[in-house]
Design a protein around this ligand. Structure first.
Ligand code: SF4
Length: 272
């Protein structure tokens, strides 16, 4: 059960320090996808929500138009603390409304989603010259996805969406994030996605928020054999696993001539 509120906001554009973006647009507060590792849960503190993360969504109403001229050459990312194509986008169309303002503009738009609803807007993407759509996944196993990303689209739907976007000549990329030690098989994901994209980005699992206990419980319940590895990384702060994996990723991507980028270590693995 998700509580839905419509809220009035004065502006929709926020300056950001996240990699490879100048601004972010979050059309919603909260994210019903309810991923167990979601770092955006901190938004509860700022928005006075007491419901569990994933069980509320605020739909932003913003009457002020975006000053597109001011954003020339900037990169705008949809979204950083929600999924712009969460299931409520089907009804409220806030992401679509906001994207419409960028039609014909020079602004670089990056969208990252775990939802196949994204293909609804292909007609609009074709009117935005510098748009790239990222599909996020960290496993090909839908049984794992069902527990870790319970309300996001199935892996098959994400792969189908990636294929459709590619066939419709929309630029795509795949975000392998977060990489779960001992679980995420990055080569298998690349193999499955390679026919439909040439760009891959990687991010390791960080456990620095309230979700740390939730993720460790998931590992204990479903992958107990991996507990020593997780303790090594997240309790003792050993980053050797990630160093090895990063080397492997570099070697694999170079060998396969992939366009790739790594967002490892942008936070400390262990909260000191
Ligand atoms: S899709 Fe992204 S924002 Fe939404 S719950 Fe999952 S990790 Fe959080």
């Amino acid at each position: 059960m998700v509580t839905v509120n419509e809220i009035e906001v004065k502006g929709i554009l926020t300056k950001t320090k996240i990699p490879a973006a100048d601004y972010v647009i979050n059309p919603y507060v909260g994210c019903p996808h309810k991923c167990i590792y979601c770092y955006a849960e901190f938004m509860k503190r700022f928005t006075n929500h007491h419901e569990p993360w994933g069980d509320f969504i605020d739909v932003k109403q913003c009457s002020r138009k975006i000053n597109i001229e001011r954003l020339k050459n900037a990169t705008v990312n949809f979204s950083s603390v929600t999924d712009a194509y969460n299931p409520f986008e089907k009804k409220f169309k806030k992401t679509r409304e906001l994207l419409e303002q960028f039609a014909g503009s020079e602004v670089k738009i990056e969208i990252l989603t775990k939802s196949d609803l994204v293909i609804r807007d292909i007609d609009l993407f074709k009117k935005i010259p510098h748009i790239r759509i990222g599909i996020s996944m960290n496993t090909l196993d839908d049984a794992i996805r069902k527990i870790t990303e319970p309300r996001a689209s199935s892996i098959k739907k994400r792969l189908d969406a990636l294929k459709t976007l590619h066939e419709q000549k929309i630029k795509t990329w795949v975000f392998l994030s977060p990489i779960f030690p001992g679980i995420t098989d990055f080569k298998a994901i690349i193999h499955a996605c390679k026919p439909y994209t040439g760009a891959f980005y990687f991010e390791n699992l960080n456990l620095r928020g309230a979700y740390r206990a939730r993720v460790m419980k998931y590992i204990a319940d479903y992958h107990a054999g991996l507990l020593p590895l997780y303790k090594e990384i997240y309790q003792r702060g050993d980053i050797g696993y990630w160093e090895e994996m990063e080397k492997e990723i570099h070697a694999f991507c170079k060998k396969n001539k992939l366009n790739y980028g790594s967002y490892f270590y942008h936070e400390k693995i262990r909260k000191k």
